[in-house]
Design a protein around this ligand. Structure first.
Ligand code: MLC
Ligand code: AMP
Length: 508
């Protein structure tokens, strides 16, 4: 359980706080350097986290309560994450792009005690929080907002609330094939085990300078990038967003980059990007979407660096990685991380090396189940501990994993996941649309782009009206970039829509 006992006295622990935050008390080294050149030292961060924890506790946050954050990417946003851990809460970050309709669902499902948002969305958030009686505070750039102000007035010390390895630390929503988003419950053990494995494997130390341009509301930017930095004491150049000019300007000081493939293709498309801009670089890491072999090859030719590709999921944290020392092979995602088992199965039975099947994974990295969804949890998480990823892969005789496809109907665009079912449900409910099929086609910038094929009921059809409706309901990254009208959708003998045919039709 939550406590480690000694002979003399019960020693309370808070697993993640003790590992990631507490060791930095008094550490004068820089932790975060933002776009304005403002540096937050590790020691200042520890004190700010304590202030945030005190505000949370004063707001009545109890162990296990959810704290929602839909906030700009700032040092205070990181302090809120750390303070939430310290206060024993479950941190629930949300994409800034979500619309009111999407937010309403998350809030009703997660029933947080406290919701932190930007001042610009406060009024809407208050409306959404009324039925669930959640408190609303704000956080903005430049340490403005009611939470920042309250934190500045709070004590910079706070006894961490005890939390054991199996207690929840995070709740991350991930869309699903049913069209309903699911909250993946992450425990302290899940997050710490993965951060420890990655820090060791990628040899991240306090000498590193991580150029961080990912959002901090997903596993990649928050848990992979920030937990490993906190664990190692690395310095993080904290860019509010991926801005190519700013990124190239900051690169010469960086030793480490974690990015989605779009980062790397955009760099390659810019003539300023060269071996010289990577003068201090130690390691480029890619994940969240497939990295094309041609990108890997072109990158190595331009810079001399072989991008290290790894594979993970919200529910599992990181699962495999190409080696730090040793061949990083394009088109493969490398070996299972230490302590993690990866198998490829058919009908639940492990297949021999070289055969394609469902990738399943077991280890301390695997989540605790879906929030409020015991049936879905049982479906995806076997009683023997293996999680069924929905990705299709193959393992070679040395243990290298390659992902060859996805069984789940999913589009990955610029590292964001779009589940077609969610978009189709929305489109099918619109007057004048008989049916729809949403699918991904290759996109040179984003990897894949979302396309919607519509069968309409009338000749005169208001596409602009449909687009406006979609824009009001769905975050921009989920919206189809292109609509095509069909008399009927291609179907197989079983009546199932053949998206592969649609994909092929529009891929050129
Ligand atoms: C932005 N837009 C996108 C998009 N990102 N559309 C489709 N796919 C995307 N990924 C839309 C915007 O809403 C906007 O629409 C228009 O495109 C331009 O917006 P932008 O802000 O200028 O885009 P940009 O900053 O260039 O963003 C592209 C990006 C960003 C690739 C830098 O999407 C990004 O940071 N992606 C990282 C995602 C990530 O962190 N994934 C990790 C998930 S964890 P409009 O209509 O307003 O013009 C996970 C597990 C694991 O998967 O293994 O890591
Ligand atoms: P998410 O649900 O956002 O966590 O996305 C997880 C999914 O992203 C995985 O199930 C994979 O389909 C995909 N993914 C992550 N990393 C890679 C990778 N390196 N190569 C291919 N797909 C990946």
């Amino acid at each position: 359980m939550t406590q480690v006992t000694s002979k003399k006295a019960a020693l309370v622990t808070n697993v993640l706080y003790d590992a990631l935050i507490a060791p930095h008390a008094g550490n004068p080294a820089p932790f975060l350097v933002d776009d304005h050149g403002v540096t937050t030292t590790y020691d200042a961060f520890v004190r700010r986290a304590a202030q945030m924890a005190n505000v949370l506790l004063d707001a009545g946050v109890q162990p296990g309560d959810r704290v929602v954050a839909q906030v700009p990417k700032t040092a205070d946003a990181m302090a809120l994450y750390a303070g939430s851990l310290q206060a024993g809460a479950v941190y629930l970050p949300l994409n800034n792009a979500y619309t009111e309709a999407e937010l309403g669902y998350f809030l009703a499902d997660a029933t947080p005690k406290l919701v932190v948002c930007a001042a610009a969305t406060e009024e809407m958030m208050r409306r959404l929080c009324q039925p669930i009686a959640a408190r609303v505070m704000t956080l903005d750039d430049g340490e403005t907002g009611t939470l920042s102000l309250a934190a500045s007035g709070a004590k910079p010390h706070c006894d961490p609330v005890p939390r054991g390895p199996d207690d929840l630390a995070g709740l991350l929503y991930t869309s699903g094939t049913t069209g309903r988003a699911k909250g993946a419950m992450m425990s302290h053990r899940n997050l710490l085990s993965n951060a420890s494995a990655l820090t060791a494997l990628w040899q991240i130390t306090d000498k590193d300078n991580l150029l961080h341009a990912l959002p901090i509301f997903h596993t990649h930017g928050l848990f992979v990038a920030m937990n490993t930095s906190l664990l190692s004491g690395a310095c993080v150049r904290f860019m509010a967003r991926f801005d190519l000019d700013g990124f190239i300007a900051a690169l010469p000081e960086a030793t480490l980059v974690m990015g989605v493939p779009t980062f790397y293709t955009r760099l390659l498309n810019d003539h300023r990007f060269s071996a010289e801009t990577c003068a201090k670089m130690r390691l480029f890491i890619s994940g969240s979407a497939p990295l094309l072999a041609e990108t890997h090859t072109a990158f190595a030719a331009r810079t001399g660096h072989q991008i290290l590709e790894r594979y993970g999921m919200t529910e599992t944290n990181m699962i495999t990685s190409n080696p730090y020392a040793g061949a990083r092979i394009a088109g493969t995602v490398g070996f299972a991380l230490p302590g993690i088992e990866v198998v490829v199965t058919q009908d639940g039975h492990p297949l021999p090396h070289g055969e394609v099947g469902m990738i399943e994974v077991r280890g301390d990295n695997v989540f605790q189940g879906y929030w409020n969804m015991p049936d879905k949890t049982r479906e995806d998480l076997r009683t023997n501990g293996f999680f069924i990823t929905g990705d299709l892969g193959v393992i070679d005789s040395e243990g290298r994993v390659s992902i060859v496809g996805r069984q789940k109907d999913l589009v990955i665009s610029g590292g964001y996941n779009i589940y077609p079912k969610e978009v189709e449900d929305l489109l099918n409910a619109i007057d004048g649309i008989e049916e729809s099929a949403v699918f991904g086609i290759p996109d040179p910038d984003l990897g894949e782009q979302v396309v919607a094929a519509l069968v309409t009921e009338h000749e005169a059809f208001d596409l602009a009206g449909v687009q406006a409706h979609v824009a009001s309901a769905l975050a921009a990254f989920k919206r189809p970039k292109r609509y095509v009208i069909h008399d009927s959708l291609p179907r197989n003998a079983m009546g199932k829509v053949q998206k592969n045919i649609l994909r092929q039709m529009y891929s050129d």
